[in-house]
Design a binder for this molecule. Structure first.
Ligand code: CU
Length: 169
């Protein structure tokens, strides 16, 4: 008598194992499809829906765990091109240093530029993955445009800014 399992038994167990794996993958996939504005994906990234408009930045959620964050950014206009700039800073959203045109200075001591999605046309959605560590951030649009009367309009200054926080992973 042999104590080795027959080939048929081994084959059967293998198929059961594959079936269980498929069931687990299906469960993970089902859990990843949330529409709340933050949905952990299978890869561990957190997706954040951001709306840009004249003149505000609206993030569907204000806080995410550290890691890969996918900013899915839509410009709802109605007229202007916008951008999303992510800076890490302990300063308040309205307190970033600005230049003479009202443009926020990115990359000065206390304000670290992390990443940006430039030139998002009205109606367009663009996305980018950023690696964010724990801390306080501000999301801004830093476009300065010339008005028909020749004056400058700094989007940051007129309200395109919002606080964002990254918590422990
Ligand atoms: Cu803008």
């Amino acid at each position: 008598m042999s104590r080795e399992p027959s080939t048929a038994t081994v084959g059967g167990r293998r198929w059961i194992a594959i079936g269980a794996l498929v069931a687990i993958v299906a469960l993970v996939t089902a859990c990843g499809g949330g529409s709340s504005g933050a949905s952990p994906s299978a890869a561990g990234a957190t997706s954040v829906n951001v709306t840009l408009q004249e003149f505000a930045i609206i993030s569907a959620i204000a806080s995410v765990p550290a890691g890969t964050v996918t900013f899915v950014t839509k410009n709802t206009g109605p007229e202007d091109v916008h951008e999303l700039v992510v800076v890490k800073t302990d300063l308040g959203a309205a307190d970033l240093p600005v230049d003479k045109d009202g443009k926020a200075t990115e990359g000065v001591p206390g304000v670290t530029l992390i990443g940006e999605i430039e030139d998002i046309a009205v109606g367009e959605t663009k996305q980018a993955d950023l690696e964010l560590t724990q801390g306080k951030y501000v999301l801004i649009c830093n476009i300065v445009q010339t008005e028909p009367d020749g004056s400058l309009e700094a989007h940051y200054k007129v309200g395109m800014r919002t606080a964002f926080e990254v918590t422990a992973p």
